[in-house]
Design a protein around this ligand. Structure first.
Ligand SMILES: Cc1cc2nc3c(=O)[nH]c(=O)nc-3n(C[C@H](O)[C@H](O)[C@H](O)COP(=O)(O)OP(=O)(O)OC[C@H]3O[C@@H](n4cnc5c(N)ncnc54)[C@H](O)[C@@H]3O)c2cc1C
Length: 387
């Protein structure tokens, strides 16, 4: 089915020429290469590694970073990349978020000039792949309680602990590992070939199947002195990277929802029951209208968050609000679209159930819905209901 982007508020008319070019380039990549790869890789539980070089050639990795071989794009263009990629599958946006906002972002935000010059151009070119390891099996929503430790040793640091649910870890060349050094959470650039580092891919996922998610064991891994990210000064340093990745999610999920609605509109117009198209029944139209309205509101929110970011006025509370709200809208749309497709909707001939399954992960990672509601609640009331 040909994809018909849903843009009832004509938000695309606000794009600059450069933003339009970025959107068209990524959309065309999705049409030609990314989209056709999804079904097999989702079934197999693998990421299409052959698409890393064309993604790098599009300037997708580290797109918002100025210099170091990166595209230096503005927030709206960055958002559009995420939207177009997630239209194909959340796995593409997730892979890109981790490479760009989390791994490259950590080096760019907190690294020394030498670290930036050494890693960022190679990562922008897709020759070095990165991961970001904050979560542990026993510490998900509460990463401040992490148990992974770094110990100062002669010439470097010895890291011991474990990480769980780490996107791209099994295919990464370097992992940003967050560990406590003298009680403070610090970030380290850890080469995955170092002795004592083991990854194990999680192969029983029902969500985000087109992507590699792994556990990491760190048994006395010794990293040289220059692998410590000097600017990291506690959990806030990790959260600063997550804020940029969450910005991508706010946009990305509108792409997934738009794809679901596009397919469902086509399907309900073409399929007949009781001698009439499904789309001609009032109950079906009410659902389609509600979804188009909710999607338009989510798109508007993404645009406004982008405008605030452009103006340097974006606060973490905006990101929390839009992350949980837009994911919730997209998940509701994906589930409703699945329903309107009937039995056909449970197959992978159509995208809504796959998007819904993926969005379950998107709702959980980078801060669960509860966590973002509680952070916004704390911001509004001054009372901390998290701990
Ligand atoms: C596919 C996938 C990829 C991931 N990739 C990465 C990655 O690359 N790097 C990384 O570091 N992590 C990654 N994660 C981990 C993710 O960030 C965590 O799963 C997330 O932070 C939630 O932690 P948890 O799963 O331990 O859930 P828990 O923290 O155990 O939460 C379970 C439930 O309890 C609720 N809850 C917890 N505390 C409270 C509270 N105080 N008040 C109310 N409700 C509460 C939560 O909202 C949730 O509903 C990934 C996860 C998945 C599924």
């Amino acid at each position: 089915m040909a994809y018909q982007p849903i843009d009832l508020l004509d938000l695309d008319a606000q794009l600059t020429e450069e933003e339009r070019q970025v959107r068209d380039a990524v959309r065309s990549f999705v049409e030609r290469e990314a989209g056709p790869a999804v079904r097999d890789h989702f079934r197999e539980g693998t990421f299409p590694m052959h698409l890393v070089p064309p993604m790098a050639a599009l300037g997708i990795f580290g797109a918002p970073i100025e210099g170091y071989g990166c595209a230096g794009l503005g927030p709206i263009a960055h958002g559009l990349i995420n939207r177009e990629l997630e239209r194909a599958d959340s796995g593409f946006r997730s892979f890109t978020s981790v490479q760009s906002s989390l791994a490259m972002g950590a080096i760019h935000l907190h690294g020394s000039e030498e670290q930036r010059a050494r890693y960022l151009p190679e990562m922008a070119a897709g020759r070095i792949l990165g991961a970001f390891a904050l979560t542990e099996a026993e510490h998900g929503s509460d990463p401040a309680s992490m148990e992974t430790r770094a110990l100062k040793v002669s010439g470097g640091y010895e890291i011991t602990g474990s990480k769980h649910w780490i996107t791209n870890a099994g295919i990464a060349h370097v992992i940003i590992v967050w560990a406590k050094l003298d009680g403070t959470i610090r970030g380290f650039i850890v080469d995955t070939t170092l002795p004592g580092l083991h990854t194990h891919d999680i192969d029983n996922k029902l969500s985000m199947r087109m992507g590699v998610t792994s556990t990491i064991g760190l048994e006395g891994v010794v990293v040289p002195e220059e692998c410590l990210l000097p600017g990291t000064k506690g959990l806030g340093s990790a959260l600063a990277c997550l804020n940029t990745a969450r910005y991508g999610i706010i946009w990305g999920v509108t792409g997934a929802a738009s794809d679901c609605l596009s397919q469902t509109l086509e399907y309900t117009k073409a399929r007949h029951q009781f001698g009439k198209p499904l789309a001609s029944f009032q109950l079906v139209q009410a659902k389609l209208a509600d979804m188009a309205t909710a999607l338009s509101q989510a798109q508007l929110l993404a645009f406004q968050i982008g405008r605030l970011k452009e103006a340097g006025k974006l606060h973490w509370s905006h990101v929390s609000m839009a992350k949980y709200s837009n994911v919730r809208v997209a998940l509701d749309i994906a589930r409703t679209c699945r329903d309107l497709l009937g039995a056909a909707g449970i197959t992978d001939d159509f995208s809504p159930l796959r998007h819904a399954l993926n969005l379950e992960t998107v709702s959980t990672y980078e801060g669960t819905q509860h966590m973002h509601q509680l952070m916004l609640g704390r911001h509004l009331t001054g009372f901390d209901a998290i701990s």
